[in-house]
Design a protein around this ligand. Structure first.
Ligand code: ZN
Length: 430
């Protein structure tokens, strides 16, 4: 069922606003938010009250689900980190699309002879995207947003310097999102991709730093709304494309930081050098803000298992843990198949990668987090779609993140099968 827009096949732009909560566009007055562009899209298009994300509710696995329509256990991106070794300095992230075990929407776009472009999309390095500047950085650098060398090296040959030239006049002083907008609009006009994917990060950064509903984070959300306005303006000049604004997860506030690695070390699951540097043993670990997963790297002895149980008990007793998510639950959540267990942070708490010091302390860095179970209130993701094939003012209710990719495929008029189930589209058309 190929979809036709008013002027030929539909072009689609997908803007991911990292961490955006749906209550921002459902109840903006509650937050004193001025987001006219988002509200106009909600009015003229279809939008969800909430989108249930995947586990853990973090950026990389969630973005992989957004473009594949399947949960982490199927697409293969289980967390943001590509390394299970918490003693490693500057751990690499899951930047590379080669880690995806199923086709993504860009693969289907290419297979049907159409073109895709992407700016800073997670897990897109090396992807079959015609015009691609992926999100990737040198993990040893202090500010990844100022690392232009690494993304340049992994971009479509020649594209990074070409785009950088366009950005030159605004380079000093522009937020990362402003740069992304300008780069994306340039690709949209210059190369006319059928699909454009853009990842905005400013709100997520400030929500981590100051809290999800802090004045700073809300100001960032209003700035993002301005960027969305630039897209709407940019699109007015040509044909009316379909515009999707969505997110990967929501956000919850935190005041306390807990250090599972410190307890696991005290229980003997990590050793230390003479100078105190931790040494990797049988246990791997991944901290993900609101959750923390552990992995047996070698077959554990009965005493190793007892040590892990003791560490978990201490974390629970210290009030750091809301729930221990055991193997069977991880399976029913379609989450990481390699994890032994995961702990979900208690309200107000997040997990760090600290090996030293007290089990729980006041947070000195973060005031917002995500990563817990997707049913945790506040962690819902967003979805708004507006365009010539979408009837206005529709409420899509509560959706699942896995439903997004089939909708994108349908909107692009891609053949069914791999990603597409046209059920979602008929829902949109009303
Ligand atoms: Zn995110």
């Amino acid at each position: 069922m190929p979809m036709k827009g008013k002027s030929g096949p539909c072009r689609l732009a997908v803007l991911s606003v990292d961490g955006m909560r749906p209550d921002f566009y459902r109840r903006p007055q509650e937050f004193g938010l001025k987001i006219p562009n988002l509200l106009e899209l909600v009015k003229s298009g279809a939008s969800a009250d909430a989108v249930e994300s995947i586990y853990p509710t973090t950026t990389y696995p969630a973005h992989a689900t957004l473009v594949t329509g399947v949960p982490p256990s199927v697409h293969g991106i289980y967390s943001h980190l590509a390394s299970l070794d918490p003693t490693e300095k500057a751990r690499p992230w899951c930047w590379f699309a080669s880690a995806l075990r199923v086709p993504a929407v860009w693969d289907v776009v290419r297979a049907t002879g159409r073109k895709a472009a992407a700016i800073s999309w997670p897990v897109s390095a090396g992807a079959a995207i015609d015009y691609n500047i992926p999100e990737i950085w040198d993990p040893a650098m202090a500010d990844p947003h100022r690392d232009f060398t690494t993304p340049a090296r992994h971009s479509t040959p020649g594209l990074f310097p070409e785009v950088l030239k366009v950005l030159e006049p605004i380079l000093a002083g522009a937020t990362p999102d402003r740069l992304r907008t300008e780069a994306a609009l340039y690709l949209w006009d210059r190369y006319r991709p059928d699909l454009l994917l853009v990842h905005f990060v400013h709100y997520d950064q400030l929500a981590h730093q100051f809290g999800p509903a802090s004045p700073q984070a809300l100001a960032a959300m209003e700035e993002t709304d301005d960027e969305i306005g630039r897209f709407r303006q940019g699109f007015l000049e040509g044909e009316a494309p379909t515009l999707v604004v969505l997110s990967d997860h929501g956000f919850v506030p935190v005041e306390k930081e807990a250090a599972p690695l410190s307890v696991l070390t005290e229980e003997g699951l990590f050793d230390r050098e003479a100078d105190g540097t931790p040494i990797l043993g049988k246990l791997g670990a991944v901290h993900a803000g609101g959750s923390f997963a552990v992995y047996w790297l070698e077959e554990p002895s009965a005493s190793d298992r007892a040590s892990l149980q003791r560490a978990m008990k201490r974390l629970v007793e210290a009030g750091a843990v809301d729930e221990v998510v055991v193997r069977a639950q991880l399976e029913s959540l379609s989450a990481d198949p390699d994890a032994e267990l995961s702990i979900d942070a208690a309200p107000g708490v997040y997990f760090s990668d600290r090996f030293e010091g007290p089990l729980v302390r006041d947070s000195i860095k973060d005031r917002g987090t995500h990563g817990q179970l997707p049913t945790r209130p506040g962690l819902e993701a967003s979805f708004i779609v507006a365009g010539p094939d979408v009837s206005g003012g529709r409420n899509l209710g509560r959706m699942a993140l896995t439903q997004v990719a089939p909708i994108l495929a349908s909107l692009l008029g891609l053949p069914g099968g791999i990603l597409a189930s046209n059920e979602e589209l008929s829902e949109l058309k009303g």
